[in-house]
Design a protein around this ligand. Sequence first.
Ligand SMILES: [Zn+2]
Length: 355
Amino acid sequence: MKKSEITLTTLPTGQALTAPVFTFEGSDRNAPSVYIQASLHGSEVQGNAVIYHLWEYCNAHPPTGDITVVPLCNPYGISRKAGEYTAGRFDPTTGDNWNRTYVDFTPEAKTFKHEGDVASLKKAFRAYMLSALDNKIKAGLDTAQLIAARLQQMTLNADLVLDLHTGEVSDRHLYAPSYTLDSTQYFNVPFVLSIDNGFDGATDEAVFCPWWTLAQARNLDVKHFGVEAFTLEVGSQEMINFDAAKIDAEGIVEYLKHQGALEGDAIKTTMKQTVRTLDNYKTFHAPTGGLVEYAVEPGEHLEAGQVFARILNINHYGTEKCFTNCVLDYPAIAILRYSSAVVPEGAQLYRFFKK
Ligand SMILES: [Zn+2]
C-alpha cells in the first residue's frame, strides 16, 4: 500500500489543499482497476468508516486489481462548519453542488473516431478524455469544477468506481446504471435505483455516461468496456457507525470479487433488494413551513393515506390549521427524510420508493 497526496486546489493562503490517496497495487495487470472515494459532500462521512474496513481487508488480502482509495476527497467541503452543522454540500463561493460539476464527455462519445477492437477503442477513448480534461484544467475552471476535475482524472483511470455518499436521515441505497443490475446483487443494500444514461454532473455519471454513449453510438454492448460506476448511499449524514459500515464494506468486497479485482468466490447478498427506476423514486416537498414531527423512519413501509409526518404552525394554535398532516395517495417505502424539525415550505421532506 502506498500513501500519496493529491493537490485539489490552492487556498487563498497560498497553500495547497490536498487529500490523502491510498493505492493498493494489484497482482494481475489484466484485473480491473478500482477507484473509491468518500465525503465529496462534507457532512456525508459514513463512507470513511466503510473505507476503514475495506482498507483493513485489502491489507490482509492483497487485491488482484489496482485499488485507489480517497477517503476525504473534498477537504474544502468538510471544513465548512456553521455552528456544529457541516455545510458541506455546496461550494460556498458559487453555490454549486459539489457533485454536479464534473465534465461531460458524452457529446464527444457520440462522434469519437477510432478504428480497432473494443480493447483499443477503450484505450483510445480513455486517453482522449484524460487529455481533454487536462486541457480544461489548464484553460481555467472555478473552484468546484477544479476539485471535481482533479478527482475525475482519477475516476477516468479506473474501470470500477464507487462514490460513497449518505442521505440526510437515510436507509442504505445504491444508484446503479441499468446495465449493472447483475452486479448490484453483491452489494449489501436493501434499495437499488436503476438509472438510465443521463448526465447531470455527478461522479458516477461522469464515468459511465460517456462509455454508455460510446457503446450506443457503435451498437456495442456497454458491458464490453468493463466500466461500472455507482453512487452508494451508506446511511445518514453527520454520523459514523463502524458496525453498519462493516456490512457495506463486506458487500463491496463481494462485488470486487465478482469483478475479479479481489481474489475469491463472490457471494450474492442475502438481503432482500427492492429495485426501482427513477420515475418511481418520489420526492415529497413540505406543503407548508413549520415544525415537523416525523412519524415514519427510512426503511419503513407505509400505506396510502397513512400520516407519516405532521407539521406544526404556531400561528394557528386553537384552530384545525394548527397541524398539517402529510400523507401519500399510494403505498410506499420511505428511503430518506429531512434531518431537521425546522422546515421551510418546499423542503425535500421525504423521498419514497413507490410500491
Ligand atoms: Zn452526497
